[in-house]
Design a protein around this ligand. Structure first.
Ligand code: MN3
Ligand code: MN3
Length: 369
């Protein structure tokens, strides 16, 4: 027996290949990481749904009699949303999650859950709409249009660019810090910029794209697609709130001078995105004569995004089309009704978020004015 043990010892390598790090920690859900993350956890999970929950067949009667230019505008608008959701799921949310300190296991879990919704549920739902309404050749042509549309590509590049910068920092900070010179503030700056772009995407760009589906929904047309949009906008509303909350926490850490500089950067991004978006809106909506109305809604949502980030609105108040505005009211949604659902539907125990759900016992943080 003794000899056997000795042989075993000799076979082991003298040194391990790497020193096992001792700083691993588990997610302890027994303790709150902060006063709001577990609320967002509950809300996100209670809202969970699948693209196949909603049958799109009943929409076909309406779709088939719509004029071609209306169909094209509708499809192109959903394609823009597809591109945004694809990258928000593929890189946006994962990179923001990775950038959080190791100890924030709950925050990471919430963001990872959101990440899973973006592409696997939201983008997939848009594809389901395309597959129901359109032929394979039409869908292919639609995606080609998006890949070649300069404004859409520029929007993607403005947003995803900030994610890529943070992605690089995430890697360098963890694996290569001694070879590259950057400070904690540089890292925080990249993190805040990515979160700001993320909130612009969630609360501004997504919402602006909900205009047309809500415009139909409010008139009792394409109701099943409208139901999908209702589920997606309910998700995006809490995504924007949550990432906005985290962004405000970071912004607070910078001194006044830095805050001014970052605000300058943010408004520059806002104006660049607005220019691209305005041109894209013209391309999509000029043929159906809704450009003016959609641009009002674009500015309305830009203001909302700024508010989620802790800043004041910049665009003056304008009347938004009441049909669309009513569609935004999450409390009037039919989520708890059986009427619009397909066969596989099971009643969800989910309530929409209300403003008062977001009054946490935390002092409101910087970035005002
Ligand atoms: Mn989404
Ligand atoms: Mn989202």
């Amino acid at each position: 027996m003794a000899t056997k043990k000795e042989t075993k010892k000799k076979q082991q390598p003298k040194k391990p290949y790497f020193e096992p790090p001792l700083e691993f920690s588990g997610a302890n859900w027994n303790e709150n990481e902060d006063p709001y993350t577990q609320f967002f956890y509950e809300q996100n999970l209670s809202q969970f749904w699948r693209p196949e929950d909603i049958s799109l067949q009943p929409d076909l009667n309406v779709w088939q009699i719509l004029p071609e230019d209306v169909k094209l505008a509708y499809a192109r608008n959903l394609l823009v949303l597809t591109f945004l959701d694809t990258y928000q799921g593929d890189i946006g949310m994962p990179v923001v999650s990775r950038s959080l300190d190791e100890r924030f296991h709950q925050r990471k879990a919430v963001i990872n859950f959101m990440a899973a919704m973006e592409n696997a549920v939201h983008a997939k739902s848009y594809s389901n709409i395309f597959m129901t309404y359109m032929s394979t050749a039409e869908i292919e042509e639609l995606f080609n249009w998006g890949e070649k549309n300069e404004n859409l590509q520029n929007i993607m590049s403005l947003i995803v660019g900030t994610y890529e910068v943070l992605d690089r920092y995430n890697y360098l900070r963890k694996y290569d810090q001694e070879h590259v010179n950057f400070t904690d503030d540089d890292f925080l700056e990249a993190q805040w910029k990515a979160m700001t772009a993320s909130v612009f995407l969630e609360t501004w760009l997504f919402y602006s794209g909900f205009y047309y589906p809500l415009y139909f929904y409010g008139q009792g047309k394409l109701m099943q697609a409208g139901e999908i949009i209702n589920l997606i906008l309910r998700d995006e509303s809490i995504h924007g709130l949550y990432i906005g909350r985290l962004a405000q926490e970071i912004f607070e850490k910078f001194d006044d001078q830095k805050q001014e500089e970052l605000k300058g950067w943010m408004f520059n991004l806002l104006h660049k995105l607005y220019k691209e978006q305005a041109e894209l809106v013209e391309t999509v909506y000029d043929p159906v004569e809704l450009t003016h109305d959609v641009k009002v809604f674009v500015r309305y949502n830009a203001n909302k995004a700024l508010m989620n980030l802790g800043f004041d609105a910049v665009y003056p108040y304008e009347d938004v089309n009441p049909v669309v505005l009513n569609g935004l009211n999450t409390e009037t949604k039919t989520m708890d009704n059986f009427s619009m659902k397909g066969n596989g539907y099971q009643k969800m125990k989910s309530e929409s978020v209300k403003d008062q759900d977001f009054y946490f016992e935390v002092p409101k943080v910087g970035g005002k004015k």
